[in-house]
Design a protein around this ligand. Structure first.
Ligand code: GLN
Length: 379
């Protein structure tokens, strides 16, 4: 069997969903909502079930899907995105990221990854026979050291992976931080691959800045996104890569041979969502702002130290005071004895760090309240 696959494990995030099921724990591990997608969207899907399309869309994504997506992203980024040359539709943000890394790396190339990081990035690099160079985002503020970042760039990486707003730490990179990355990317002629799946989940007063909108950065940015989080359709597996035509030409080839295409009926239905007006995104922000308050207030009352996420829907809880040797053991016990599913923080850190677990709050209030009631018995 492949030696390469020995250097990473299956996803701990997704494993913890199975552990939660085993113990019937409230699953705050793998981040996905337990509410329905917008009613207009599911109604449209029902129509499509009856009338189609049920066969392949063209490989790069259905024309009307790309047009609706280009319009939406042009609206939010202010960049004039061409649906015919600058987009490829993928099977979720997961395939978008894999396609992006495969499109720019050759075996032996290096890729900068901030740590803690969403666990797919490590495997993405390794599956491309590329080597991750990790740069710390140091808790509790999750800031990086510009000198350490420059040392990583001095190793001549092909790309830097930027998750913004950031999973798992909830960081929203400031313009100054993004400019430091941009300056280094320019100086060392490096691609920047962004994972922006939480683009619309940002809390006041923080603001999401799309990396491609920084001066001169559109040329070197490969923007990856997804409809999963924005429209509560994680199971539909719809994502995309947006970049300059030269890059998209390559990304389309990679995507073609990876998956041929994303599900045609779901792309067709999703056009409805991509055409929602601003009031939808305002609602989404308010919705998540309330969830965030609910969970953070609850954790505060219980006395569990935690991050104050600026964006995305995850909270890092400091468990160092419990004195467990391993956070994995802690999370297994938490699922079994307390009845709450969480992801051990070590799944995200390259550094040896057993001090945190990650909870997510994309859940109905009843689910969050039940989790908090159970967590109150943690001591
Ligand atoms: N991004 C989600 C999380 O971190 C999971 C996404 C996935 O499992 N594909 O929990």
């Amino acid at each position: 069997l492949s030696k390469r696959t020995e250097t990473f494990t299956d996803s701990v995030i997704r494993r913890m969903t199975r552990v939660s099921l085993k113990y019937q724990a409230v699953n705050l591990s793998q981040g996905f909502p337990d509410w329905d997608p917008p009613a207009k969207l599911t109604a449209r899907l029902a129509e499509i079930a009856a009338y189609g399309p049920h066969q392949y869309s063209i490989t790069w994504g259905a024309q009307n899907f790309r047009e609706a997506l280009a319009k939406k992203q042009t609206h939010f980024t202010g960049l004039d995105i061409d649906p015919n040359t600058e987009i490829v539709t993928t099977c979720g943000g997961t395939e978008a990221m894999m396609t992006a890394v495969m499109s720019v790396t050759d075996p032996g190339d290096k890729v900068i990854v901030f740590s803690p990081f969403y666990e797919n990035y490590g495997a993405d690099a390794i599956l491309c026979s590329a080597e991750p160079i990790y740069v710390s985002l140091t808790p509790p503020a999750y800031t990086f050291d510009a000198a350490e970042l420059e040392r990583a760039f001095q190793q001549h990486p092909k790309a830097l992976i930027l998750c913004n707003p950031s999973n798992p730490c909830g960081k929203v990179f400031t313009r100054d931080e993004l400019q430091i990355i941009a300056d280094l990317a320019e100086k060392y002629d490096t691609w920047v691959i962004t994972d922006e799946v939480y683009e619309h989940i940002v809390y006041e007063p923080y603001e999401n800045i799309y990396f491609a909108t920084l001066p001169h950065m559109r040329e070197r940015t490969i923007s990856c996104g997804s409809l999963s989080k924005t429209y509560s359709i994680t199971g539909w597996r719809l994502g995309y890569v947006i970049a300059r035509p030269e890059v998209i030409e390559v990304a389309r080839k990679v995507h073609d041979f990876l998956t041929v295409g994303a599900a045609a009926p779901l792309q067709e239905a999703a056009v409805t969502a991509l055409s929602f007006d601003d009031s939808y995104y305002d609602w989404l922000k308010q919705h998540y702002t309330k969830k965030r308050e609910l969970l953070l207030n609850g954790l505060r009352e219980i006395g569990l130290p935690h991050t104050e996420p600026q964006g995305a829907y995850y909270v890092m809880v400091d468990i160092s005071a419990f004195g467990f040797a391993s956070d994995e053991e802690f999370c297994e016990t938490l699922a079994e004895k307390v009845g709450v599913g969480a992801v051990p923080g070590s799944a995200f850190f390259h550094e040896d760090n057993n001090d945190y677990l990650r909870l997510h709050f994309a859940k109905n209030d009843d689910t969050l309240n039940e989790a908090l009631t159970r967590l109150a018995d943690i001591y």
